[in-house]
Design a binder for this molecule. Structure first.
Ligand SMILES: [Zn+2]
Length: 458
């Protein structure tokens, strides 16, 4: 009877197996992880895409995109990359199409990869520079912990990883020239308020709308004539980074969902994201915005429901999933943000660190706990054997957690525990298709191995 199975059914079964791994976390086989990440690289291959008659987007010249809108007597630039070197290269590429002067520059939000190259576009002219009223608020927070944020940023983006270890950064190429980061920043001259703004620049009608999301100071830009929408970083081809492991203040997840939902109402013919390739065709450009908004909202709602049912962030991080009809959408695969991290961020954002369980109100200090765990295992040697066995069985997370206990014990082989931690981190990384997770694991392992991490970190 085998031969009677219709081929279509077989195909469906294969694709279900291929994608079932995306339901919860971001672990797949090492081969699949590599394949998925390598496929994602197509999203930022260096080129200029003609989006519509008068809109061009330079992709892959740095981490983010920069776009050119061609008007009657000048051009308008949307976002400027991270530094003037890459911005100049993008401008040169735009110059293949027109030599009209730059009339205006628009910043979708204040993240460094969108504003640091402006001087290359300003040239000798005096273009107006548009941004929101709250521009800069995103970088104003957490200044006190800059030293640690820098370190975590290097790990998340794999900035120090050798070429054979980095594949990409989820929504950006793995290697970018950052030597001139921020050097070309030019301050905004015109601020967009809550009411939005409409203006004709170089004969092009433009509309600006506030759109809090990845940052509080974000806006999106709408070109009614050609129906082009510039989303900034509230949309790109990956599950949104509702929390960044480099360390960020709470990103307002609910507003993010609402902002993307509002974009969908414009039913754009063309969608130009802050990172990854532009999308054309009304259905192709509008449906992802609707689904993105729904996905974010769903993660938020499930988390809130779980919180009110008394569940902890640890539990919820393993329970909350994308709705079934959205799981396989290519632009919702967790190359950049992850659902579990989003859940934890929402929990902490709404309630702070305490999970409501009195057992976690004043937990033991790590060393005292490690001693108790060793006692429970039957001694430090037995605990060490458990750690080794976990590594052997490729139970990498457990090996990692046990090595973290052993590091506190004076009678433990701490060198061995460190080696196991390095191996476990690399084991975890291999199965990760989420770029920040993968890059963080690999970077940390390299830092441990080279001895550049202080005892505090191990
Ligand atoms: Zn960006």
């Amino acid at each position: 009877m085998k031969a009677s199975i219709p081929p279509l059914f077989l195909l469906a079964a294969v694709s279900a197996i291929a994608f079932s791994v995306f339901a919860g976390d971001t672990k797949v086989t090492p081969e699949r992880a590599r394949e998925l990440l390598q496929n994602q690289n197509e999203q930022f291959e260096r080129k200029v895409v003609q989006v519509s008659e008068n809109v061009y987007t330079a992709v892959g010249f740095h981490g983010a995109n920069t776009s050119m809108i061609v008007g009657d007597d000048g051009i308008i630039i949307v976002d400027t990359l991270r530094g003037p070197l890459s911005a100049r290269m993008a401008l040169n590429a735009f110059r293949e199409y027109t030599d009209k002067p730059v009339k205006a520059i628009l910043y979708t939000h204040s993240h460094g990869d969108h504003i640091g190259g402006a001087s290359a576009f300003v040239g000798k002219g005096k273009p107006d520079i548009y941004a929101t009223e709250g521009f800069g608020s995103a970088e104003g927070v957490n200044k006190a912990v800059d030293p640690v944020k820098r370190l975590r940023n290097i790990r998340q983006f794999g900035r120090d990883l050798p070429a054979d270890q980095i594949i990409n950064r989820g929504v950006a190429p793995g290697n970018t020239n950052d030597t001139d980061g921020g050097k070309g920043f030019v301050a905004p001259t015109i601020r967009i308020s809550e009411d939005g703004h409409k203006e004709t620049i170089a004969g092009v009608d433009l509309e600006f709308y506030l759109a809090p999301g990845e940052t509080d100071d974000a806006m999106f830009i709408w070109l009614p004539e050609e129906k082009v929408l510039f989303s900034g970083d509230n949309f790109y081809h990956a599950f949104p980074n509702l929390y960044a492991i480099r360390g960020t203040a709470y990103r307002d997840v609910l507003k993010w969902s609402e902002s993307v939902g509002r974009m969908a109402e414009f039913a754009p013919e063309h969608l130009v994201p802050g990172h990854t390739l532009p999308i054309s065709g009304q259905e192709a450009a509008t449906t992802p915005l609707k689904n993105y908004s729904e996905a974010i909202r769903s993660v938020y709602d499930q988390t809130v429901e779980g919180i009110n049912a008394g569940k902890s962030p640890d539990q919820l991080a393993h329970e909350v999933e994308l709705p079934e009809h959205l799981r396989e959408k290519p632009y919702l695969l967790q190359f950049y943000g992850t659902v579990p991290h989003a859940v934890r961020a929402i929990y902490a954002g709404l309630l702070g660190w305490f999970d409501g369980n009195p057992a976690t109100l004043n937990p033991m200090e790590p060393k005292a706990k490690a001693q108790k765990v060793a006692e429970l295992a039957g001694g430090t040697e037995k605990l060490t054997a458990q750690m080794n066995a976990a590594l052997e069985k490729e139970d990498f997370q457990w090996a990692l957690e046990l090595s973290d206990h052993l590091k506190w014990l004076d009678n433990a082989d701490r060198k061995l525990a460190r080696e196991v931690k390095i191996a476990a981190l690399r084991g975890l990384a291999e199965k990760e298709y989420n770029a920040p997770n993968r890059n963080y694991y690999l970077s940390y392992a390299n830092e441990l191995e080279s001895g550049q991490l202080s005892e505090v970190w191990f």
